[in-house]
Design a protein. Structure first.
Length: 151
C-alpha cells in the first residue's frame, strides 16, 4: 500500500504551526480572545441567506486556530521517518487503527456521560484526538521497537 507522507523535515515545521495555533485556540476558548484582524462583517451573504446563519459580524479566530492545529498535527503525524520501510508502514497502520478505535470510544463515552456546554468542549477536543493519539501511539511503537528516528 502506497501512502502519501510529507518529508521528514515537515515535522519541524509542524511545531511552528501547531504551537501558535494551540495557544490561539486555548486563548479563544477560555479567555474569550478574538483577534480583531479576523473580524468579518458579512453583508453580501446576509442578503442571500435569510435564515441568519451568515448574517452579522463574525470573527474567525477559532476557525484559524482549529485549522492551524489540524495542519500542524497532520504535518507531525504524516511526516516520513528517516528510516521508512515496510515495518514502519505496518507500525503506522497499527497505530492509526488503534487511534481510530480510541477516538470513537472517547466519543461514545462523551455522548453518554457529558452534557450541556461541556459536551461542546468535549467535541472540540475530540476533533483532534485521532491525530494526537495516532502520533503518540506511533512514536511509542517506534520507541518500543528501537526504531525512533533521530530528529
Amino acid at each position: 500500500m502506497k501512502t502519501f507522507l510529507f518529508p521528514a523535515a515537515a515535522k519541524h515545521w509542524a511545531w511552528l504551526v501547531l504551537l501558535p495555533a494551540l495557544i490561539l485556540g486555548l486563548a479563544n476558548m477560555y479567555c474569550d480572545f478574538d483577534w480583531s484582524l479576523l473580524n468579518f462583517k458579512n453583508t453580501t451573504l446576509a442578503r442571500w441567506y435569510d435564515d441568519g446563519i451568515f448574517s452579522g459580524n463574525m470573527n474567525f479566530t477559532d476557525e484559524v486556530a482549529a485549522i492551524g492545529t489540524i495542519i500542524g498535527l497532520l504535518l507531525m503525524s504524516f511526516s516520513a521517518e528517516k528510516l521508512e520501510d515496510e515495518f514502519t508502514s505496518a507500525l503506522r497502520l497499527k497505530a492509526l487503527s488503534w487511534a481510530v478505535w480510541c477516538h470513537f470510544l472517547v466519543l461514545i463515552l462523551a455522548i453518554l456521560l457529558v452534557h450541556s456546554v461541556a459536551f461542546y468542549h468535549a467535541l472540540v477536543y475530540n476533533m483532534f484526538t485521532v491525530l494526537i493519539l495516532f502520533r503518540l501511539r506511533f512514536s511509542y511503537l517506534l520507541w518500543q521497537h528501537g526504531r525512533e528516528a533521530e530528529a
